[in-house]
Design a protein around this ligand. Structure first.
Ligand SMILES: C=CC1=C(C)c2cc3[nH]c(cc4nc(cc5[nH]c(cc1n2)c(C)c5CCC(=O)O)C(CCC(=O)O)=C4C)c(C)c3C=C
Ligand code: FE2
Length: 437
């Protein structure tokens, strides 16, 4: 791990994790109070080899980059199916057992084709595409300006996981610009294997194979929901929106987070649910400190497919609250910081209609943070604080990895196994499809 000596003393205690292959830090599950969590990427420091001659840390002029990680979204209705293909082809989104990984792409083809009509309807109703790229670009510009105001001259890059600009493009640009130190900032406040974890896995694969990148000092801010600036910005938005109700004290604050399958949390150790609950605790504590003591609840939205997702489900809770006589409700999207299809269509249209049908009379929704200035300013602080802990990923070059005899035999073994499994594939594919449809 990198050194934390220069970091503020109110850090959440950290422990090492390796969900994506990069190693970075996870806040410990127990609550330790509001703090700031970040840490550097993995991290054996360099021994001398010929690559150090081109290692970025040895370049005289410092060039700092900030890489924003985000999901990406289809910009037109024609993009929807290929976007969905990219999403479902991600082994961090559909987690098949190793033996069935060869089915990932055919399965992604099938599911994306089946899902596309419903998804297209949703995107059509919000103007024919996702606003994510535009908003993320605006956030990138705002962050650059906020860092300039702190006397930090940086280039900010956007890396989307499932649509343009893809991670590979952003990384190519970073290389072209000869960046010498990089802070990686996922635009997800809470960590999930399916979001930040997936993007970090892609990054790690790119970095591992490239001599320049594997020697580039980087710091990864793996989750930041616990930062005071974020918590206060969310509380500001909620406090302001409550004032639009005629009886603000009577309003139920309804946090709605994007769900993940239960197996992520229970079998794969995804910290997402714990972090989400902690996040809500911190926001409510901040509101209480301002004398706002409304009831609140947390539910999970946007489930896809036949598996169990985190409960309670947003749609079911809305109906229950209506039945219980709740009359005023303020929806707070909490897992994402831009407006997107799940705020603009799912919450503003579907859930609003369901809530009103269920007896809730007064409905409100907190806007996404987007380019909110105190939020962007806090992200800029997070970047500035993370910079000193930037450390290079590894010392070994792509060739060294390829020449490693142990890795070579592991590859050979799994390659043979895969070839064997492929011989049986028509039967297996059929059985698997039947179980999913
Ligand atoms: C923290 C945020 C998110 C988590 C966790 C997450 C997990 C997750 N998502 C899917 C499936 C889909 N997600 C889709 C869109 C989408 N997802 C997020 C965020 C998280 N996803 C965002 C911001 C967006 C919207 C992008 C946009 O275009 O505005 C979609 C496509 C839309 C649709 O058809 O509903 C799918 C599908 C899974 C399976 C998953 C966890 C395993
Ligand atoms: Fe999603």
């Amino acid at each position: 791990m990198g050194s934390y000596a220069l970091l503020p003393s109110n850090l959440v205690e950290i422990q090492s994790s390796n969900i994506s292959g990069f190693s970075y830090c996870q806040p410990e599950k127990k609550r330790l109070g509001v703090g700031k969590t970040f840490c550097s990427a993995a991290i054996q420091t360099s021994t001398c080899d010929e690559n150090l001659a081109i290692a970025p840390s040895h370049v005289a002029e410092e060039k700092i980059g900030v890489l924003l990680l985000n999901l990406g979204g289809p910009e037109t209705l024609n993009d929807v199916q290929p976007f969905l293909f990219n999403l479902f082809a991600d082994p961090d989104i559909i987690r098949l057992p190793m033996l069935f990984r060869f089915l990932q792409r055919p399965l992604a083809q099938l599911i994306s084709k089946l899902r596309a009509p419903k998804s297209k309807e949703g995107y059509a109703s919000i103007g024919g595409g996702s606003p994510l790229r535009k908003i993320t670009d605006e956030q990138a510009n705002a962050l650059k300006l906020a860092l300039e105001a702190k006397k930090k001259n940086v280039s900010v890059y956007v890396a989307m996981r499932y649509w343009y600009p893809f991670t590979e493009e952003a990384v190519q640009q970073i290389k072209k610009d000869k960046v010498t130190r990089l802070v990686v900032l996922p635009l997800y406040p809470q960590f999930s294997i399916s979001t930040t974890g997936s993007s970090l896995r892609v990054l790690e694969n790119i970095f591992r194979k490239d001599a320049y990148l594997s020697h580039l000092p980087i710091a990864i801010i793996q989750s930041w929901y616990q930062r005071e600036g974020y918590v206060k910005s969310m509380a500001d938005l909620i406090e302001k929106e409550l004032q639009s109700f005629s009886m603000p004290d009577e309003v139920m604050i309804f946090f709605s987070a994007h769900g993940v399958p239960v197996s992520y949390v229970e079998n794969a150790g995804d910290p997402y649910k714990d972090q989400m609950e902690d996040c809500i605790f911190l926001i409510m504590r901040e509101l209480k400190s301002r004398g706002i003591n409304n009831d609140h609840t947390l539910a999970y939205q946007s489930r896809v497919g036949p598996v169990q997702w985190l409960k309670p489900y947003t749609d079911e809770v809305l109906v229950e609250l209506g039945e219980k006589g709740v009359k005023s409700l303020l929806a707070v999207p909490v897992s994402f910081v831009s407006e997107h299809i799940e705020t603009l269509e799912e919450i503003d249209m579907e859930y609003k209609e369901l809530a009103l049908e269920s007896g809730i009379e007064n409905w409100g929704r907190v806007p996404a943070l987007n380019c909110n200035s105190s939020f962007i300013n806090d992200l800029a602080d997070a970047v500035a604080e993370a910079l000193p802990s930037a450390t290079a990923m590894s010392t070994s070059t792509a060739e060294e990895v390829d020449n490693d005899p142990v890795k070579y035999f592991i590859k050979l073994f799994f390659g043979s196994l895969l070839a064997f499994v492929l011989l049986l594939s028509p039967k297996m594919i059929l059985a698997f499809k039947n179980s999913l449809l």
